[in-house]
Design a binder for this molecule. Structure first.
Ligand SMILES: Cc1ncc(COP(=O)(O)O)c(C=O)c1O
Length: 392
């Protein structure tokens, strides 16, 4: 009576963490450094915009987003990436990127590729929706290690030709969760080149693109544009959750070639969950404002500096290039997370909960993920306790 295809899914990371630690008393004041829920302030006018448009809760929202919101998104991609997109053909509003990353697969993955079952390539560790999306369309997920040895991004050059031929979709997260690694212009160029050669699509999960230090990360859209690649090759996914500290707004967008977009929109007409109109109005205003994003980056810069000062000399410590996670090497992530909880009350996520074992090796096993989202003074306490407990 139930589908087999999801039978091997492990429990989601957070229930797994609860099973690991909740039977034990915390060894100090509880501090959550697990979930990547931003806590910096969002613009204070957000509530006013909702109130101003509250009467529009009485209307069905347009599935693809209002034209004004799509225009604001196109203005943003123009400013950020120097690429001109058309609101009617190239972009669609999402109810957060997670649903978009899932639904784009439903809309765009073919039943067959090169006479066989299509392959979806994903990094390992990875954001968990990628795997479920691949399984939902009956594709074969192929996990590529993203480890210190590969610069924390998958080595697509190492994928066998027979696999590339069957590849229909590649998920790539840059800046990456959990490692905070950034795909360079050259990296994107190589991947898009492979996509052109082997006829696959790239789903670029760029929801951390605005949390960076120094130079803004390259994006798949502008690299593909400069290369003159087929516009259908790349779909980019962006979010207000991290950029603007609005995870509860559930607002993001996907931008892609016109044919891909038409397919995604068509499916959405049947089965989509569009963003309520007053929230679309908020999103429109938020994409148009950069002042709060700059302030957000400044606050994260302080946190990176704090993490560097507390953990900088830990062997194997890599200061994240972007995003808001530390991916810290330990002997065993589960044992470390449990010890930390029992001795200090600090809660972190075992790396293996974000990755899968392939050929007897789980690339997340020797790591913990630490979210840099708590207020700075709490973070200082948490990171200090973590250092004393795990690296003394
Ligand atoms: C890598 C990655 N992609 C996508 C998302 C989804 O974000 P949202 O649905 O809030 O836009 C997250 C959220 O944590 C994430 O870490």
């Amino acid at each position: 009576m139930f589908p087999e295809r999801f039978s091997n899914l492990p429990a989601y990371a957070f229930p797994r963490l609860r099973s690991l630690v909740d039977a034990h008393a915390p060894g100090g004041a509880v501090l959550h450094m697990t979930i990547g829920e931003p806590t910096h302030p969002f613009p204070d006018w957000v509530g006013d915009v909702v109130a101003e448009h509250a009467h529009e809760f009485g209307r069905y929202p347009p599935n693809e987003g209002t034209i004004e919101l799509r225009q604001a998104i196109c203005d943003w991609t123009q400013r950020r990436y120097g690429v001109t997109l058309e609101p009617e053909r190239h972009v669609m509003a999402l109810n957060g990127t997670r649903e978009g990353l899932y639904n784009a697969m439903m809309a765009l993955c073919p039943e067959e590729k090169a006479g066989g079952r299509p392959v979806v390539l994903l990094p390992n560790p990875f954001y968990q929706v990628y795997m479920v999306a691949a399984l939902s369309v009956g594709a074969e997920p192929v996990l590529l290690p993203a480890t210190p040895e590969t610069g924390h991004l998958p080595d697509f050059g190492a994928v066998p030709e027979a696999v590339l031929e069957r590849t229909a979709v590649v998920y790539l997260c840059s800046p990456s969760n959990p490692q905070g690694a950034v795909a360079s212009d050259a990296y994107w160029r190589d991947l898009i080149g492979l996509a052109e050669r082997y006829d696959f699509r790239i789903f670029a999960d760029e929801c951390y693109s605005e949390i960076y230090r120094g130079t803004p990360p390259a994006g798949a859209l502008n690299v593909a544009h400069v290369m003159g690649a087929d516009p259908e090759r790349v779909a980019i996914f962006h979010s207000l959750s991290k950029r603007s500290n609005l995870p509860g707004l559930r607002s993001g967008f996907v931008a892609a070639g016109p044919q891909s977009m038409a397919r995604i929109k068509q499916l959405r007409n049947y089965a989509g969950a569009p963003l309520p109109l007053p929230l679309q109005r908020v999103a429109e205003r938020v994409w148009a404002d950069e002042a709060h994003v700059e302030e957000n980056r400044r606050l994260y810069a302080e946190k990176y500096a704090l993490a560097d000062s507390i953990l900088g000399d830990v062997p194997g410590y890599v200061s994240p290039e972007a995003g808001f996670f530390l991916w810290l090497p330990v002997e065993d992530g589960e044992a470390a997370a449990l010890k930390l909880w029992c001795e200090t009350g600090v809660r972190v996520l075992p790396g293996a909960y974000l990755s899968r074992e392939v050929a007897g090796h789980n690339p997340g096993q020797g790591f913990i993920r630490v979210a840099l989202v708590a207020p700075k003074d709490e973070m200082a306490r948490g990171l200090g306790a973590l250092r004393d407990c795990l690296y003394a």
